[in-house]
Design a protein around this ligand. Structure first.
Ligand code: ATP
Length: 364
């Protein structure tokens, strides 16, 4: 644990019968960070959050908040608050009373409560709405009230369980940006769980990618995107193309891969070098794919593909192509230089090997 950590966990385990929902998770969240736990449904995110909140106890491991051991501390004694997906504002109370509820329980005097409610409403961009009923607010405004209700208590740590999940797409996009701004403005440490990689990528300082109870990688969004540590992370975070093949050779960190039709392609090897002939997966982002042509450096890898569909998308086209039985997506500029991308036409695509990543397969 570093000095500035707000939350630090060591070797957390939670089992349900034979199933290990949280499997030796360790993490360290610096003060003031926006930390997301990203993973598919059922990977153990909610179970982990419940351990942090104190609604559930770990079978093994330790939870510390600002250096204090929390394992035996009940939820209401932890400096932690939680925002749920289905936010439960009290429908019969005004916005102001909803927000003041926790302060009242803490026996904060009425005048002080009113001052803090007004202040936090201002901070979340809802000044003067204290006397409204929750039903009179939009979904986005209600979400901000739910946040205000937690933030007014000034927790060390705010835990958020898919808080944008119930909002429609447009509002969700808007709230992503707002939430990030609010988090920075308050300086509260956020631990945010989501299965939506774009949410995690847009808002977080650090993202832990979780799979089957374990953290696969903890890194900044940019690092996850550029340097995924495992094939799962490469496939889960951002759009990515995956080509299966076998390792033919290695040269200065670049793996030489043979695809099933005999085409040789290259990419940077991630992790330990496997034996020659080992099955590997090469990942290359749609935006790294370019049209093959004479102007390319000779070390670029090229594959022959067949166009399936082309979707016009403003400045770019999103092109779906096939190479043998493998599907790839490319994002190609619409500047008149592109060939006619009609269905069934042949397209040679290339990439800089430094932008592709190759993983040995075989681990689970
Ligand atoms: P989602 O995104 O769908 O909410 P999640 O990543 O939050 O999923 P969890 O709800 O933490 O996943 O569940 C992880 C695993 O633990 C699942 O297989 C789930 O069935 C199991 N599990 C969770 N709570 C219990 C429980 N109280 N008893 C038994 N099994 C449980």
């Amino acid at each position: 644990m570093t000095q500035e950590s707000d939350l630090s966990c060591q070797g957390l385990v939670r089992r349900f019968g034979a199933h290990t929902a949280v499997d030796h998770v360790s993490l360290d969240v610096p003060a003031g960070a926006f930390f997301s736990i990203l993973g598919p449904s059922g990977c153990g995110k909610t179970t982990l959050l419940r351990l942090l909140a104190g609604f559930d106890r770990p079978d093994e491991g330790e939870i510390r908040i600002r250096g204090q051991r929390m394992n035996e501390v009940p939820p209401n004694r932890r400096p932690v608050n939680m925002v749920f997906q289905h936010l439960a504002l009290f429908p019969t109370m005004t916005v102001g009373d909803n927000i003041a509820y926790g302060l009242k329980r803490q026996k904060v005097p009425a005048a002080e409560r009113r001052r803090r409610v007004a202040e936090v409403l201002e901070q979340v961009g809802l000044p003067g709405l204290a006397d409204r009923n929750p039903q009179e607010l939009s979904g986005g405004q209600r979400q901000r009230v739910a946040l205000a209700r937690c933030l007014v208590l000034r927790p060390t740590l705010l835990l958020l369980d898919e808080p944008l999940g119930a909002l429609d797409l447009k509002l969700r996009e808007q709230m992503k940006v707002e939430l990030k701004h609010l988090q920075k403005a308050f300086g509260t440490t956020f631990v945010y769980i989501t299965h939506d990689q774009s949410e995690a990528m847009v808002m977080s300082d650090q993202v832990a990618v979780m799979r089957a109870g374990r953290f696969e990688q903890v890194a900044s969004p940019e690092q996850l995107y550029r340097e995924p540590a495992t094939p799962f992370v490469a496939g889960f975070v951002g759009d990515n193309n995956r080509l299966s093949g076998e390792l033919v050779g290695l040269d200065a960190g670049l793996a030489d891969v043979r695809l099933p039709d005999g085409t040789r392609v290259r990419g940077r090897l991630a992790g330990e070098a496997p034996a020659k002939g080992a099955p590997v997966a090469l990942f290359v982002r749609p935006e790294a794919l370019v049209l093959a042509g004479e102007a390319l450096r000779p070390d670029y890898a090229t594959v022959r593909t067949e166009v399936r569909t082309t979707l016009f998308d403003g400045a770019n086209s999103r092109v779906e192509v096939r190479h043998g039985d493998q599907t790839l997506y490319a994002r190609l500029p619409q500047d008149g230089s592109a060939p006619r991308l009609t269905e069934g036409s042949t397209l040679y695509l290339a990439w800089d090997p430094a932008l592709a990543r190759v993983f040995a397969l075989g681990e689970p």
